[in-house]
Design a protein around this ligand. Structure first.
Ligand code: GLV
Ligand code: MN
Ligand code: MN
Length: 418
């Protein structure tokens, strides 16, 4: 094989990224592809078609994780895995996850064009529901693969309409196989490498084309239901009101304060969902539903903020006479990427003459859970202003090409390891 001949077709890749972006629940430039939506299903079909065109074998598991395989000379050896997700939160852009999926397929095509004939198979995984939109918990597919989420708990997940994951699975025709079959066997992969946009501003600011991720922050998600007492906005006098929205508003401020109180710039907290009932201008809100996202690079400060939020919820609701139900949806540990793989990607960059930065991922990724299956590392590329999870998210074709080139070289090296 000749690694010097690895040439990424950046034009075709960009066309595919643009085409996939049009498969959305909202008109362009907005990308919304929520798990089980028509757009999600069409997006999956689009990627499978691309894989078929590249002559690659495709299979899907019981939760809808898609595996695209380029068979190696020793198909029984643990394969090298790469991939990411194609689902997108409401009002998102076109690069989050997609670069790591379409980029991985293009990396394989470039390796094939260069005449690489790998010892190990290479598999691109498209993980189901990295985004938490439908069920309130992210990385459903990779959690099941790694065993962090049990099949029973997964089946019982409910969306905001009360419809369970199991019902959805039946409806879209994925229920022939049991969810138990999703869990990966130990040693099924020798390595996992995920290419992703940074979703932060550092690479762009420092004019560095590649980030090598050493650690992934510890995320946690809380769900809070508040029940107050509703009534007529004119007739209900102010003293003694039990307004669920106002309790929720105080909680949202306490969430902000808890993150600020740790004194670490790495603690970040967001109340990203806040719905009220009945939602009429002349009615006191009787119910509020909040979902809170709290992250940190260190468990100690994340846990301190978590405890503070939980205490604040109890105090605020007691003072306001509002009933509360608080659920820890997920509290995940931080991840340390595999040192050998970090060095391998760093060495790949050096060999290619590319500056790189060792860094922390403040977003979570399917890599967070693949790290429990096999040695894992991530490759980051810059995105404009660090913007992500918004329609003007942007990564330049040049940066994408560089990221896919590094991925292709890393995959070639890993797939040739004895
Ligand atoms: C992933 O999308 C995250 O929210 O970090
Ligand atoms: Mn995302
Ligand atoms: Mn992502």
């Amino acid at each position: 094989m000749s690694l010097e001949q690895i040439e990424i077709d950046a034009g075709r890749l960009q066309k595919q990224i643009d085409e996939l972006a049009l498969i959305s629940e909202n008109p362009p430039p907005v990308v919304t592809r929520i798990l089980f939506s028509e757009a999600d299903l069409r997006g999956r079909a689009f990627v499978k078609k691309l894989a078929g065109e590249a002559g690659l074998k495709v299979r899907q598991d019981a939760i809808g994780n898609i595996f695209i395989q380029w068979a190696g000379r020793n198909p029984k050896w643990p394969a090298v895995a790469t991939g990411s997700h194609i689902d997108a939160i409401p009002n998102a852009g076109k690069f989050d996850g997609v670069v790591g999926v379409l980029g991985a397929i293009e990396a394989i095509r470039a390796l094939q064009r260069a005449g690489v004939n790998p010892k190990r198979s290479v598999e691109v995984i498209i993980f189901t529901a990295e985004e938490p939109t439908r069920f309130g918990i992210g990385c459903v597919g990779s959690r099941l693969l790694g065993g962090t989420l049990s099949p029973e708990n997964a089946a019982n997940l409910k969306d905001r309409d009360g419809k369970s994951l199991e019902t959805w699975r039946r409806e879209v025709g994925w229920a022939n196989e049991d969810l138990k079959s999703v869990r990966l066997a130990p040693n099924c992969y020798s390595a996992f490498v995920e290419l992703h946009i940074e979703q932060g501003p550092l690479l762009e600011k420092e004019n560095v084309p590649i980030g090598v991720v050493e650690r992934i922050a510890a995320p946690s998600t809380l769900r809070l239901d508040l029940t107050g007492v509703g009534g007529h906005a004119g007739g209900t006098l102010m003293p003694g009101r039990r307004d669920a929205l106002l309790a929720g508003a105080e909680v949202a401020l306490a969430v902000e304060q808890a993150a600020l109180n740790t004194g670490s710039p790495d603690t970040v907290a967001t109340t990203g969902i806040f719905r009220i009932e009945p939602g009429a201008v002349n009615s006191v809100p009787c119910q509020a539903h909040l979902e809170i996202d709290l992250r940190d690079t260190q468990t100690r400060t994340r846990d301190a903020a978590l405890a503070q939020i939980e205490t604040a919820v109890r105090d605020i609701c007691e003072r306001r006479g509002v009933k509360q139900e608080l659920e820890r949806v997920a509290v995940d540990p931080p991840v340390i990427c595999d040192r050998r793989l970090v060095n391998l990607v760093a060495q790949t960059c050096s060999t290619l003459g590319l500056p790189f930065k060792r860094m922390v991922s403040r977003a979570y990724h399917d890599s967070s859970f693949m790290a429990q299956v096999c040695p894992t590392v991530m490759i980051f590329i810059p995105c404009r202003n660090g913007w992500s999870h918004r329609p003007d998210e942007y990564a330049s074709p040049d940066h994408i090409k560089t990221g896919v080139t590094v991925l292709a070289h890393a995959l070639a090296n890993l797939a040739d390891e004895p």
